[in-house]
Design a protein around this ligand. Structure first.
Ligand code: IPE
Ligand code: IPE
Ligand code: MG
Length: 234
């Protein structure tokens, strides 16, 4: 499969779904699916960096995921902590800057500390930006932006797209060009609903723990065949 370097997306976003179903299919516990899914995260980060794609956003934990059992939430937070600790060297060696978006104050304090520490240490890295969406919801992001805007003196009619955008969690990041969702659900599940207005969607039935480098390259290859018109005409 040949990828055209000039036509790679600038920003790939991924809804990493299907860990639970993968575990069930293998007669394992849900947490084991999440553990296996963490390996896919490493592969995707590495491949994105190798290809020279500047931005990668991973939907790791949604606002609605707080509804899950405390055991499952603890497992996910433990895996996140482990990922942040084990990947720091690789992030530094490969020039990867880490950012996070969401209602981060809801995360366990140890996770918050580790997250802020990792963001600080990697903040000068310039080759790629890895964004983790954590305790993230697209509706909540828009609501948080509106509540920030209301602290200032605006008159009706004065709020522009640029003003709303400048109050989003990460205002300087370009909108995703490609959104991948694994495990076949035909929905967005409250992910970046403002930013994906013109994003190309790619949904694959492959479960996240099974998502391979070849699957990722296939998604990118498919993206390269798209005709992005943004509402215009040829
Ligand atoms: C994705 O896998 C991981 C998170 C949402 C944190 P799921 O845990 O949603 O797996 P399924 O959808 O139940 O298979
Ligand atoms: C979306 O997956 C959230 C993440 C991948 C973090 P979910 O499994 O939570 O979404 P639904 O419940 O299938 O819509
Ligand atoms: Mg799911």
């Amino acid at each position: 499969m040949e990828l055209i370097k000039e036509n790679l997306p600038c920003h790939v976003a991924i809804i990493m779904d299907g860990n639970g179903r993968w575990a069930k299919r293998h007669g394992l516990k849900r947490y084991q699916g999440h553990e296996k899914g963490a390996d896919t995260v490493r592969m995707v980060v590495r491949t994105t960096r190798e290809l020279g794609i500047p931005y990668l956003t991973l939907y790791a934990f949604s606002e609605e995921n707080w509804k899950r059992s405390s055991i499952e939430i603890q497992t996910l937070m433990r895996l996140l902590n482990r990922f942040l600790e084990s990947e720091l060297n690789e992030m530094m060696e490969n020039g990867i800057r880490l950012l996070a978006m969401g209602r981060l104050y809801k995360l366990p304090s140890a996770t918050q500390k580790l997250l802020y520490k990792t963001m600080e240490i990697t903040s000068k890295n310039k080759d790629m930006t890895l964004i983790l969406a954590l305790s993230y919801g697209g509706r909540q992001e828009i609501l948080d932006a509106i509540n920030e805007i209301l602290k200032q003196k605006y008159e009706p009619g004065e709020i522009t797209e640029e003003i709303l955008r400048s109050h989003m969690y990460l205002k300087e990041i370009p909108d995703p060009d490609l959104l991948i969702r694994t495990s076949g659900e035909m929905r967005i599940s409250n992910f970046m609903i403002w930013q994906i207005a013109y994003t190309e969607l790619y949904i694959t039935p492959v479960l996240w723990p099974d998502f391979s480098k070849e699957d990722y390259l296939s998604a990118l290859n498919d993206y390269q065949k798209r005709d992005r018109r943004f509402g215009g005409a040829d």
